[in-house]
Design a protein around this ligand. Structure first.
Ligand code: AHG
Ligand code: MN
Ligand code: MN
Length: 337
C-alpha cells in the first residue's frame, strides 16, 4: 500500500489556526478559497496548448498591455472565489484599474482585503513556460459592514496578514506564509489536493544565482551595472562567478532562487524610471515570503515592506532574495548613487 501519510493544504490550514488565538477561522476560509481558485486556474493552464484559449483576448488592461485570455480567466476566477468566501470585502487586481468593492451583504462584513496578480508572467503562456499567481491579504482599516476604501489596499507590506504565490510549473505549487515561516504545497493531480511538500522553507543566506533581464543593461543605474560585473568576476574562494538564470516570470525566478539561494533584480532604468514591478500585488507579497524565509527585499534604499503605497498600481525597483546578496546590491547602489 502506498504511503498516504500526507498533510493537505486544508489539513494544514486548520492545524495552524491555533497560531491565531482569537481567530475564528476567517483567514483559513480565505486561504482555502485561494487554493480552490488556484486549482481551477491550474486546470485551464494545463490545457493552454490544447484548446483555443491561448493568445490575446483582444482587450487591453489598465497598463495598456495586451491581455491574454488566461489573464482574464484567472482574474475572474480569483475574484469570484474571494467573493464567495464571504471573508473578503474587496479585491485589488492587476487587471482592474480600481479596487473592486464587494457590496454583497455577507462579503461586506468580511475582515480582509486581497491584492492579487492573477497571472504573473503571462507573456510566457504561449510558450509553455511557468507562470504564477501572487497574492497578499490585509486586515481592512474600515469598519466591517462599511464600504471598503482605496486606503484599505494601500497599507505597507509589514501589515500583511498573509501572502503567497502559486507557481504553475512542471508541477504546481502553492507557497504561503501567515507570518510564522513559509510552507510549500505541491498539487497532487491524482487526488486534486495541495500536499505539504516543503515545510518551513528557509532560503540560504548566501546564494550563487543572479536573475536580471540583462538586455536592459545599458539602461541600468551604475550601481547595478557594477554589481552585475561583480557577479561575473572570479573571487579567491571560487564562489563567483555566479550563475545567471532568468525566466521572465517573477514567481518562477523568485521560487527557484528561494530554494537554491540567489537574488532577483528588477531595477529602475532609463525607460521605466520606477522599475516595472508593482509594489502592491507583486513586490510586497514576494518580499513578505522572502523575509519569512530569512531573506530580504529592498527597493535599493529601504525595505520593500516599509514603503507606504500611494496608488494601487505603483511600480517599484525590486531586489529580493538571499540576505547577503541583497545587502551587497544595496552597498553597490549606495556607493555609485
Ligand atoms: P505580468 O505577466 O503579471 O505582467 O508580470 C510580468 C513581470 C514579471 O513576471 C517578470 O519578472 C517581469 O515582468 C519580466 O519583465 P521583462 O520581460 O521586462 O524582463
Ligand atoms: Mn506580474
Ligand atoms: Mn499579471
Amino acid at each position: 500500500m502506498e504511503n498516504y501519510n500526507i498533510t493537505t493544504l486544508n489539513d494544514f490550514i486548520i492545524l495552524k489556526q491555533k497560531d491565531f488565538p482569537y481567530a475564528k477561522g476567517e483567514l483559513s476560509s480565505l486561504l482555502h478559497h485561494i487554493g480552490t481558485a488556484a486549482k481551477m486556474v491550474n486546470k485551464k493552464i494545463s490545457k493552454a496548448g490544447l484548446i483555443d484559449i491561448i493568445g490575446s483576448s483582444g482587450e487591453v488592461n489598465v497598463h495598456g498591455e495586451n491581455q491574454q485570455k488566461l489573464d482574464v480567466y484567472a482574474d475572474q476566477v480569483f475574484i469570484r472565489s474571494l467573493l464567495s468566501s464571504g471573508e473578503c470585502c474587496g479585491v485589488a487586481t492587476e487587471e482592474n484599474e480600481n479596487e473592486i468593492v464587494f457590496s454583497d451583504t455577507n462579503a461586506s462584513e468580511g475582515k480582509y482585503v486581497v491584492c492579487i496578480d492573477p497571472l504573473d508572467g503571462s507573456s510566457n503562456i504561449d510558450f509553455n513556460v511557468s507562470v504564477g499567481t501572487i497574492f497578499s491579504i490585509y486586515r481592512r482599516i474600515t469598519q466591517r459592514g462599511e464600504k471598503v476604501r482605496n486606503d484599505d489596499f494601500l497599507q505597507e507590506g509589514t501589515k500583511q496578514v498573509a501572502a503567497g504565490y502559486i507557481i504553475y510549473g512542471s508541477s504546481t505549487m502553492l507557497v504561503y506564509s501567515t507570518g510564522f515561516g513559509v510552507n510549500g504545497f505541491t498539487l497532487d493531480p491524482s487526488i486534486g489536493e495541495f500536499c505539504l511538500s516543503h515545510p518551513d522553507i528557509k532560503t540560504p543566506e548566501d546564494g550563487s544565482i543572479y536573475s536580471v533581464n540583462e538586455g536592459n543593461y545599458i539602461h541600468f543605474p551604475e550601481g547595478v551595472k557594477k554589481y552585475i560585473k561583480y557577479c561575473q568576476e572570479i573571487d579567491k574562494d571560487s564562489v563567483r562567478p555566479y550563475t545567471s538564470r532568468y525566466i521572465g516570470s517573477l514567481v518562477s525566478d523568485f521560487h527557484r532562487n528561494l530554494l537554491k539561494g540567489g537574488i532577483f533584480l528588477y531595477p529602475e532604468n532609463e525607460i521605466t524610471p520606477k522599475g516595472k514591478l508593482r509594489l502592491v500585488y507583486e513586490c510586497n507579497p514576494i518580499a513578505f515570503i522572502a523575509s519569512q524565509a530569512g531573506g530580504r527585499a529592498t527597493n535599493g534604499s529601504i525595505s520593500i515592506l516599509e514603503i507606504i503605497p500611494s496608488s494601487l498600481h505603483q511600480r517599484s525597483p525590486f531586489y529580493a532574495g538571499s540576505k547577503n546578496m541583497v545587502n551587497k546590491i544595496e552597498e553597490f547602489l549606495h556607493q555609485y548613487r
